[in-house]
Design a protein around this ligand. Structure first.
Ligand code: HEC
Length: 247
């Protein structure tokens, strides 16, 4: 029995230990709150302006998003959608996967469930850690996604970061340069705090897109638990009443 319990605990803790040691670059922690509509709205705007040139979110419908985020249809149509789209359409794009392969050498994946496969913290780290690398086709590389084929589309907001190296000695005595941290080389339109908040809104939006029903699900969950708690009290009192004469 004890062995089973130990195995169980190891199985629970194992994934955390692996992810905690898998990379030695800085990790950012996303502040996710899908009930914060203002944040989701700001994230949606960034997504539509900066990402939908290349990425779709084909499992998301515009009008569903409008309802969940409290954006009126008219505003959605005039500000956030392309002229030819209807509000019941899903968030697809004009670019074909074949085009992306021609331009970037690889397809730009659909982002409907990216927050579920990569996780919110990874996404935030990804958007925070683009840096200048002249050897890459778009002049940038990324600490979370080595040799990424995506340009740093938010560089105007963040500015351009450059890597600062440090020397590490390997076991065989040879030396090797590794990136110690990133430093802002050319400032962008936003200062670093505002940029981080902006990409956090974007990540929040991607988490919402990963499961639009979660806002409703969580609300329903609270009601159900409250209901069960009230029921518990009633049932407990009933039990006492029934057993009163027997004890
Ligand atoms: C100019 C086209 C383009 C734009 C605009 C663009 N991307 Fe990308 N993106 C790509 C390509 C191409 C890849 C594939 C990179 C690779 O596999 O090396 C990619 C990869 C990604 C990935 C990693 C996917 C994975 O494999 O896990 C994420 C996340 C992502 N993009 C998010 C975004 C977001 C959010 C925006 C808007 C802020 C955006 N992208 C804007 C082209 C683009």
């Amino acid at each position: 029995m004890r062995r089973i319990i130990i195995l169980f605990i190891v199985a629970l803790v194992w994934p955390f230990t692996v992810s905690a040691t898998s990379a030695d670059h800085p990790h950012f922690k996303a502040d996710v709150d899908v009930t914060d509509k203002a944040s989701l709205q700001r994230g949606a705007r960034i997504f539509m302006n900066y990402c939908m040139g290349c990425h779709s979110a084909a499992y998301m419908r515009y009008n569903r998003m409008g309802q969940d985020l409290g954006i009126e249809d008219s505003i959605l149509q005039s500000n956030l959608m392309f002229a030819t789209e209807k509000s019941g359409d899903t968030m697809t794009i004009a670019m074909q996967p074949g085009d992306a392969e021609k331009f970037f050498g690889t397809a730009a994946p659909d982002l409907s469930v990216i927050a579920r496969s990569r996780g919110a913290d990874w996404l935030l780290t990804y958007f925070m850690t683009f840096y200048r690398d002249d050897s890459r086709p778009f002049g940038v590389n990324n600490l979370a996604f080595k040799d990424v084929a995506m340009p740093h589309v938010l560089w105007e907001l963040q500015g351009i970061q450059k890597p600062v190296y440090r020397i590490v000695k390997k076991e065989d005595g040879t030396q090797r340069e590794v990136i110690d941290h990133l430093e802002l080389e050319t400032p962008g339109k936003l200062d670093s705090e505002d940029y981080k908040n902006t990409v956090n809104d974007l990540v929040n939006f991607l988490v919402y897109v990963g499961e639009p029903a979660q806002i409703q699900r969580k609300k329903t969950g609270v009601v159900v638990i409250l209901y069960l708690l009230v029921l518990l009290v009633i049932v407990y009192l009933l039990k006492k009443e029934y057993w009163k004469d027997i004890h």
